[in-house]
Design a protein around this ligand. Structure first.
Ligand code: ZN
Length: 295
């Protein structure tokens, strides 16, 4: 199971979230059948969203939405406090040749666009409040820098963000994935910031250490070097969706009696695919009739 750790250092002036997301990203790639470059981009967004969510408490649902002009067309990821994430991409099969250095052309597949964060509160307890919505233009479209730019510009939190996805040619295609977000809170000591920046600059590649079996704790140590830290929370993270047959029936019912009757007479059934996880729900004639009779 993938794990995420939230920790603090330097008298609470530095916050750290670190996660291994190899299985989470592999499941997302399996469900959405994404091309290699889209898998790299999608995996970074899913990991960044989990880490961003772990650093916050005031939401039920946090959505990161990338609206972009590149071939992928857009990426959405959504997380909650329990540590699950789900998401989708507009064009899963978009692809570009690798960059000259051999890396996936994530910035090319995304292109220019906007980075949105939406935090919703009260959804599950029936007291829905106006969602918080922060947006910034995409900065480099390599994803990690875009999360950092968002945190700085929209939330005024100077941050270092590292996100990595290592792919391979055989299923499940994702060999290693994970990330770290370090946030400098008010009062953070300049000396500590310089030490962390220096440690990160000289650290080995994130995906190579994850591939060698690193834990979230190892990632924290990789970023903090000799600085002491305290673990505040450790949890399991996974790709999971809230869709179900029950919710699908509710959704079909919400279309109205005449629409349900049309489905019955024209198709003798209905097939509904969840956009977030690609799960397919099939309603047969009998189930549709039951919905039609319930009006
Ligand atoms: Zn679903």
């Amino acid at each position: 199971m993938d794990k995420l750790i939230r920790a603090t250092a330097a008298d609470n002036t530095v916050r750290i979230m670190a996660a291994i997301t190899t299985e989470t990203v592999a499941e997302a790639v399996r469900r959405h059948q994404t091309s290699p470059t889209v898998s790299a981009a999608f995996g970074r967004v899913l990991t960044g969203t989990l880490l961003l969510g772990a650093g916050l408490k005031d939401f039920d649902r946090l959505t990161v939405k990338i609206e972009c002009e590149g071939p992928v067309g857009g990426i959405v990821a959504e997380t909650n406090l329990s540590g699950t994430v789900r998401g989708y991409v507009r064009n899963p099969l978009a692809e570009l040749p690798p960059k000259e250095n051999g890396k996936f052309d994530v910035s090319g597949i995304i292109g220019d666009g906007m980075f949105h964060v939406i935090r919703e509160v009260g959804f599950d307890v029936g007291s829905y409040q106006t969602p918080y919505h922060g947006s910034v233009p995409l900065y480099t479209s390599e994803i990690a820098e875009d999360f950092a730019y968002y945190l700085l510009k929209s939330e005024q939190i100077p941050s270092a963000v590292l996100l990595g996805v290592l792919l391979e040619n055989v299923a499940p295609f994702v060999r290693a994935a994970g990330g770290i977000i370090l946030q400098m809170m008010p009062g953070a000591n300049e000396h500590i910031i310089t030490m962390i920046e220096d440690t990160i600059r000289h650290a080995p590649h994130l995906t190579s250490v994850i591939n060698e079996g690193a834990t979230p704790k190892d990632l924290i140590e990789l970023a903090l070097g000799i600085i002491d830290y305290e673990i505040l929370e450790e949890k399991t993270v996974e790709f999971a969706c809230s869709c179900s047959m029950e919710r699908t029936i509710e959704m079909v019912r919400s279309l109205g009696k005449s629409e349900v009757e049309a489905m019955l007479s024209e198709d003798k059934g209905a097939t509904i695919t969840c956009g977030f996880c690609n799960e397919v729900y099939r309603l047969d004639e009998e189930q549709l009739q039951e919905i039609a009779d319930s009006f």
